[in-house]
Design a protein around this ligand. Structure first.
Ligand SMILES: [Zn+2]
Length: 257
């Protein structure tokens, strides 16, 4: 009987601690604030944000606030991370899922910023350092690595349709169904899968023939095609629509634009 009472007390204490922890975490997430100059920074640097209505801008800021309350942005090897970096990382994350109300990434908790490019095994010195961003796997599960200069250039430089931050978050979305294969099954309705595969392969063929303005890196494989085409779509939608109307239409379906 006494044992039962002790057990009961332990269970009740356990439940109280669990509830307190949950409440505490919720308060911490809800209390997280964006820097005061966030609207100006977004207005100045994020083309996608500039095109939103006033109401959508408020929603966009709430989505990036929520993202940053749950995701660390960490500099590696002495890299300093400032508010602009955090806002650009969060914008990269939210742009692809902005039209999916209430969506959150459940496959990332930290974004690491490196000073330059790095090799596929994360060396920042020596040969083979040509990677601008990477979605982590294995030991780096739930992490993403971005080159800080590439992140900034994607938003701040003359807009050429390439954006490393958006590119990597599209890989993360693609990966969410278990396979990074250019077919983001959570985003595509069944009836759009076959047209998407057809259009993707047609476009990759055109790139290989030198008949396309899409970054040739997109012909590497299907996953890279999706990430490159999506960056083009979010950065220069009018141009993509003009040059590749079918591809544009399918990306509209995919990202609910
Ligand atoms: Zn890629």
């Amino acid at each position: 009987m006494e044992g039962l009472i002790v057990l009961l007390i332990i269970v009740v204490i356990g439940m109280l601690v669990f509830r307190w922890n949950n409440k505490h975490r919720k308060q911490k997430l809800e209390g997280f604030q964006l820097p005061g100059n966030a609207p100006e920074v977004l207005e100045e640097h994020v083309a996608f944000y500039q095109r939103l209505s006033a109401t959508e801008k408020v929603e966009f800021r709430e989505r990036i606030r929520d993202f940053l309350s749950r995701t660390e942005v960490t500099g590696v090897g002495g890299v300093e991370v400032d508010d602009v970096d955090r806002l650009l990382v969060a914008s990269s994350a939210i742009i692809p899922i902005f039209h999916f109300k209430g969506w959150r990434y459940n496959n990332i908790s930290e974004v690491l910023l490196y000073q330059g490019t790095f090799s596929k095994d994360f060396h920042t010195q020596g040969a083979g350092r040509n990677v601008l961003g990477m979605v982590g796997d294995g030991a780096l599960h739930r992490q993403m690595i971005l080159s800080k200069p590439a992140l900034r250039q994607g938003f701040l430089a003359e807009n050429d349709g390439n954006n490393t931050g958006i590119h990597e978050f599209v890989h993360l979305l693609d990966k969410a169904d278990g396979a990074t294969d250019g077919l983001p099954e959570y985003l595509l309705d069944k009836q759009h899968i076959a047209p998407w595969l057809r259009e993707m392969h047609r476009q990759m063929q055109l790139i290989r023939q030198g008949d396309s303005d899409i970054n040739p890196y997109a012909s590497t494989n299907e996953a890279e095609f999706l990430a490159v085409a999506a960056s083009y779509f979010f950065e220069k939608p009018e141009l993509l629509q003009e040059h590749h109307p079918e591809l544009y239409q399918l990306l509209c379906e995919m990202f609910k634009m």
